[in-house]
Write a protein that binds this ligand. Structure first.
Ligand code: SF4
Length: 335
């Protein structure tokens, strides 16, 4: 089980870091992939109307890169309200200091607030409960494996703790502790050499046109010590193009290294060639995306199919959890 916040069109860092792994997993495991729109509210609550369009863009990107609704269950988190109820039940058993010590929250505080008083204003109750909702996302589907990078292992530890605590409190062995499925994520930087991100305006989108890609590649930071065209370059300190060659132009890396280090090629020419590799790699996905975007009814049906499938599983889990907890349902109150 894994999810992604809808933040609009995805970039090639998302593709090589996350989506490519999902495409591989879907043929090995029963997979659930969620567009987690409630999670988007933690930071976008004041701009909530924009989330709808972002859900659409993410769905198009997922389908275009090969997340296959026949193999995986693709759904929108808010279309499965049982996740919210399980989140509420988990929030009752989750000790306060567990959420406060969460590294995710600490990262968000750093990102959103300049000082303590700003943090008090911006850090909402919903944001504090973010790991509890994430746990509900996973455990609603009795998720056993969650693809994570090594640096995100601690996030999953929280869900494991909640699963263990639930089992302990109610004397059951119901929830399995979800395990991390470690994925390798190539370090791809944005065109300016910083972390690739939409908000930094330095990303190359999966859906970019070939022309946009060429333009963006031209602005990439290379080996900063290479001043003149005749200077030999150093691939080991070439910040953006060289790591990208490793993923989109593997058949060219020996040639690029040789030509770079002997100054047989300039960075301008090298980046043009890289743009060609990126465009060639993503051309079939871009074509598929354009076709899907032209047929919104079809995409809607695919998502709806996933929502129904996901909801069935989450309803079952919630019914079993209520039973374990001895919770009443309204219809059973007087029976
Ligand atoms: Fe990087 Fe290519 Fe320039 Fe070498 S020639 S520094 S690999 S962009």
């Amino acid at each position: 089980m894994s999810g992604m916040r809808p933040t609009g069109r995805l970039h090639i860092g998302h593709y090589f870091g996350v989506l490519l792994n999902w495409v591989r997993f879907q043929s090995q495991y029963e997979s659930y992939f969620s567009i987690v729109d409630w999670h988007a509210l933690t930071t976008k609550y004041a701009n909530s109307r924009a989330i709808k369009a972002d859900i659409w863009e993410v769905a198009l990107d997922w389908l275009a890169v090969g997340i296959d609704p026949e193999q995986s269950t693709i759904y929108v988190q808010s279309a499965v309200p049982e996740i919210a109820e399980l989140h509420l039940l988990f929030s009752m058993i989750c000790p306060q200091n567990w959420v406060e010590r969460e590294p995710t929250l600490k990262d968000m505080v750093k990102m959103l607030a300049a000082n303590e008083s700003e943090a008090a204003e911006k850090i909402t109750y919903g944001m504090l409960g973010y790991p509890v909702l994430m746990t509900s996302d996973i455990l609603s589907f009795r998720g056993e494996l969650v693809p994570v990078g090594k640096d995100q292992e601690s996030h999953l530890e929280f869900s494991r703790d909640i699963a263990r605590r639930f089992n302990h409190i109610y004397g059951v062995d119901y929830f399995q502790e979800p395990k991390p499925e470690f994925t390798s994520t190539p370090l791809l930087r944005g065109t300016d050499g910083q972390k690739m991100g939409k908000s930094f305006n330095n990303d190359i989108k999966i859906a970019d046109t070939a022309e946009d890609t060429i333009k963006k590649c031209k602005s990439m930071v290379t080996d900063r010590t290479r001043v003149a065209r005749k200077d030999p370059g150093h691939t080991d300190i070439c910040e953006v193009p060289w790591p990208l060659y490793q993923v989109v132009g593997q058949n060219l890396t020996a040639q690029v290294k040789e030509e770079c280090e002997s100054a047989a090629i300039g960075c301008v020419q090298c980046k043009e060639r890289l743009a060609g590799c990126i465009n060639e790699y993503f051309a079939p996905m871009r074509e598929r995306r354009a076709k899907l975007a032209a047929d919104p009814d079809h995409v809607f049906k695919l998502l709806e199919h996933g929502n129904i499938k996901a909801r069935k599983v989450a309803m079952q889990t919630l019914a079993e959890v209520r039973e374990i907890m001895g919770m009443v349902t309204w219809s059973s109150l007087n029976s």
